[in-house]
Ligand binder design. Sequence first.
Ligand code: DP6
Length: 325
Amino acid sequence: MSPLVATAIAHPNIALIKYWGNRDHELRIPENGSISFNLDGLYTKTSVRFDPSIEKDTLCINDQIMDGPDLRRVSQFLRYVNEISGKHYFANVISENNFPIAAGIASSAAAFAALSLAATKAAGLNLSEKDLSRIARRGSGSACRSIPEGFVEWRPGRDDEDSFAISIAPPNYWDLVDVIAVVKGKHKSIGSTAGHTFARTSPIQKARVADAPRRLALGREAILQKDFSALAEIVEIDSNLMHAVMMTSNPGLLYWEPATITVMKAVTLWRQSGIPVCYTLDAGPNVHVIVLSSHVTAIKTRILELPGIENILVAPVGGAAKFID
Ligand code: DP6
């Protein structure tokens, strides 16, 4: 009999080539592939205890008992793990983030990657990285990219079997850093899960998806060649394309705040002046400023001089999700 309890940690990740829109919403089969790197220093730690004597799941995040949609999403995921393991128990899930959820950093990727490892291990399963990535994808699409180490590509596939992420380079391959400019203002009202369902209503989404293999090839090649200027060009185009789809979908999603645009414009000027720096944005107003490690201190100082900045987080390229004792 397995101990029915396990703990794991996983990092969030930042997509350089974005996932937006699903071919299958329930299975989270994306319309296009994506490339990201894990964010070292930021993590979610999750413990799962399956308990044959309890009659419902419980979820505690950062010492707060959760109910409603968060618990329902975790419960749905745990039933899927039950299905695979054949053990039909409810569970106590305790999770903590070392980064502020209110900072608007996508926490579902780290959360479902850590939960996938902890829940499958607690259920007595010993799965391959591929299968862990497939399972994490069912909880949150981007979570499949937080399972492997370093720079990661999610091959979209066509079904549950062949849609998973693999590492394309280890964390120390290239010393990129994500300097996250947390901007002041109203934070996101519509989350990614709802946003993905609107993507197809934008007339631009078809063109964005059709062009994705080209952007993926350019992004992958720029990483493998450590070619910052090639990477910067495609990363900004890809982020702008995703936000163009968001803005032109129905309902339209405009995640930017005035300070978001201030940072984007400043980054463009800094790059024109010779600094290896570019921006990318997720489904929120914060700007992920990607820079070579030798320029982090200078970029941090410059960002803090801009109006409307609340906070800065710094994350180099991180490792794989892993079990802890
Ligand atoms: C804009 O993975 O958060 O961050 O599958 O519904 O959990 P769900 O969506 P999620 O979507 C991420 C969208 C993004 C781009 C990206 O990370 O590729």
